[in-house]
Design a protein around this ligand. Structure first.
Ligand SMILES: [Fe+2]
Length: 206
């Protein structure tokens, strides 16, 4: 039986997606271990750990191969010490599944890292479309003073592996404020993956 076609309106100000079928929120305290300055993170959590820092609304018509998941991400602006607010980040559990992100409002970056540790950083702004190819670990960063809102789309059977980043001590670089702008700096806690870990990531495909 055919699925019913559907139509969804994105509100670029709030990230609201009409007729969404699911949603989740991340509060600041959910992001322990993500930021470089643990003391600054703890201090921020002590005063505003319950604060919602990003939220996702999505539509998941079916989980089967060949279908899509699509939705919106709304990210608050802010920093922990000098490091801009980020999403937790992940690689797709089925690694050869790609994703697109489209800027709706605000100013952001898509930070991507290959299993081998190569880094790519692409700017997102309204009407900018970013393609995250298969196997790239990806994390969104709000480098602006206002909310970053993006819409996204990925194959329904992608899944997410969030541990890939924590197991490596974070991503290879962090993005920090630099005057009115930003710059990426090496993450001193980063432990590059060994050959076996890299090979294991590439076996997760079909
Ligand atoms: Fe993803």
């Amino acid at each position: 039986m055919l699925a019913e076609p559907s139509r969804h309106v994105v509100d670029p100000a709030s990230g609201a997606l009409s007729a969404a079928t699911g949603s989740y929120e991340k509060r600041l305290r959910d992001l322990a271990g993500v930021y470089g300055d643990a003391a600054a993170f703890d201090a921020a959590c002590a005063t505003s750990g319950d604060r919602v820092v990003y939220k996702v609304e999505d539509v998941r018509p079916a989980a089967r191969h060949g279908d899509l998941i699509f939705g919106t991400t709304f990210m608050e602006p802010g920093k922990i010490a000098d490091e801009f607010f980020v999403t937790r980040g992940h690689v797709h559990a089925l690694g050869n599944r790609p994703e697109t992100y489209y800027g709706e409002a605000g100013e952001g970056l898509m930070l991507m890292e290959s299993p081998e540790g190569e880094v790519r950083i692409l700017k997102i702004a309204p009407r900018v479309l970013v393609y995250v190819p298969p196997f790239w670990i990806h994390r969104s960063i709000n480098i602006g003073a206002s909310p970053l809102v993006m819409s996204f789309c990925y194959p329904a059977d992608s899944g997410q592996d969030y541990d890939v980043i924590s197991k490596a001590g974070g991503m290879a670089v962090r993005v920090v404020a630099d005057g009115d702008g930003w710059r990426d700096v090496p993450n001193p806690d980063y432990r590059p993956r060994g050959p076996d870990e890299i090979a294991a990531l590439y076996t997760r495909q079909d």
